[in-house]
Write a protein that binds this ligand. Structure first.
Ligand SMILES: CC(C)(COP(=O)(O)OP(=O)(O)OC[C@H]1O[C@@H](n2cnc3c(N)ncnc32)[C@H](O)[C@@H]1OP(=O)(O)O)[C@@H](O)C(=O)NCCC(=O)NCCS
Length: 239
């Protein structure tokens, strides 16, 4: 996860995704005591399962990268809820989960945020109701020129990009998503965004592997000096 061509700094970003099939056991033995307590506090079994699997994915991937035991890692949490590696400030990671899918983005030398959402996360009607809270006036005018289905798809792509950007900065929706502004001249699916004057690289796409209905995902990277390079690994840590 370091450099590309000689003299050219690149940031390599790894995207790890995990499909949690029904009934797949998710052991919590490598979690810290604090994580086990947090897991035990979930009322919903499926939310608990997603949380535990997310932590197992994080710990396994990062431990493999650092060459240490997964249990040895200290995953701290900021006051706004963002997990980070207390002892390795140059490595950043971020998690997102929805239904039976978990995604982890990790890189060295930049900050990172990720979001995934199911393609059927909202109906066309729900999308129309939520849009004014998320999109800027200019974005709203643009999506209103599209037909219903296309409008919902473009909105979903925009939503995950904005959420990834806000997670990159660590505040999530404590910051107004309307303030996440695409830099003029770029496409909506891959481009640069700006939050509080700081530029972000955003990479976005769809996962559709036949196991489930498909997902829209976006990764935001800040502090990167050149376009980040992405690698996608499908994780089989529980198999
Ligand atoms: C961050 C946020 C957008 C995530 O929303 P979500 O619907 O849970 O979405 P995702 O599944 O994509 O992300 C969840 C993961 O994001 C990470 N996360 C949590 N808070 C985060 C933050 N402030 N910034 C970046 N990432 C965060 C966590 O790893 C979390 O997974 P975990 O709980 O299993 O550890 C949302 O929680 C938010 O806006 N938080 C604002 C801060 C807040 O309300 N804090 C209160 C708790 S202290």
């Amino acid at each position: 996860m370091k450099t590309g061509q000689p003299g050219e700094e690149t940031v390599q970003v790894e995207l790890h995704s995990l499909h949690l099939s029904d009934g797949l056991p998710v052991p919590d033995s490598i979690l810290s005591e604090a994580e086990k307590s947090r897991a035990a506090a979930f009322r919903s079994c499926s939310a608990r399962r997603l949380f535990v699997a997310g932590r197992v994915l994080c710990r396994s991937v990062i431990a493999n990268l650092l060459g240490c035991a997964p249990q040895a890692l200290c995953l701290a949490i900021t006051p706004s809820g963002r997990p980070y590696l207390r002892d390795y400030p140059d490595i950043d990671f971020n998690l997102s989960h929805t239904k039976d899918r978990i995604a982890l983005a990790i890189c060295r030398g930049a900050r990172i945020g990720i979001d995934i959402e199911r393609l059927d996360a909202f109906s066309e009607k729900e999308a129309s109701e939520i849009m004014p809270m998320i999109l800027s006036e200019q974005e709203l005018n643009q999506v209103h020129q599209l037909d219903g289905r296309h409008r919902r798809d473009v909105f979903l792509a925009c939503w995950v990009q904005k959420e990834a950007a806000l997670k990159c900065f660590g505040q999530g929706f404590l910051v107004d998503p309307q303030s996440v502004i695409p830099t003029p001249g770029n496409t909506t699916l891959e481009g640069r965004y700006q939050v509080s004057g700081e530029a972000l690289f955003i990479h976005s796409g769809r996962i559709s592997d036949g196991e489930s209905r498909g997902f829209q995902w976006a990764i935001a990277t800040s502090n990167a000096t050149a376009w980040p390079q992405w690698q996608h690994h499908k994780s089989g840590i529980f198999f």
